[in-house]
Design a protein. Structure first.
Length: 182
């Protein structure tokens, strides 16, 4: 009986979790993005005002977040698709819960590792750091991964906390939709 209960609870968790993962929340399209800032891992400050007119995608992460790590290959594909588009800005924002040195070490590490051996290439992602978690809090998030999409008029269009299974496809669809609105 105990194993049946454990199986039932595991199924409920899986079904709830997998269904929840697929649907990000659409934000109120009249909600204007708060002002925010973060720093690149080499110390340059980026202000939200410098991103006006662009579709902005912020994905919050931390080094100890397994769903965040699981998303990184999809985020890499998304970034490669849009990195040369001047109308799109994308940043992988370390939530600032850990020292910037830890975020830097992760950002420059190899993609794959086993025990003490690392192989593969490093990520080519635009990693930034949210000192004091101020940007994370400004959007009302308190966990990782969290994602926000801001349109070219500085309106929050998507706000989601949690893992999204097909993140690359979701982000691409949202960005294309908001670029078409212009």
């Amino acid at each position: 009986m105990k194993s049946l209960l454990v199986f039932y609870l595991a199924c409920c968790f899986f079904l709830t979790e997998s269904g929840w993962q697929q649907h990000a929340q659409s934000a109120d399209p009249t909600q204007v993005s708060p002002d925010f800032s973060f720093i690149t891992l080499d110390g340059q400050k980026i202000l939200s005002s410098s991103l006006k007119g662009k579709v902005v995608v912020l994905d919050f992460w931390s080094t100890d977040c397994n769903p965040c790590r699981k998303s990184m290959p999809q985020l890499e594909e998304f970034y490669q698709r849009y990195k040369n588009n001047p109308k799109v800005a994308f940043y992988l924002v370390n939530s600032g819960w850990e020292p910037i040195e830890k975020a830097k070490a992760f950002a420059t590490s190899k993609r794959s590792s086993f025990l003490f051996f690392s192989w593969g290439t490093t990520y080519d992602l635009p990693f930034v750091y949210d000192n004091g978690s101020l940007t994370l809090k400004a959007f009302g998030f308190d966990s990782n991964p969290s994602t926000v999409i801001i349109d070219g008029q500085s309106r929050i269009r998507v706000k989601h906390s949690g893992y999204i299974e097909k993140l690359k496809d979701f982000l691409s669809q949202q960005v294309e939709s908001h670029l078409a609105e212009r």
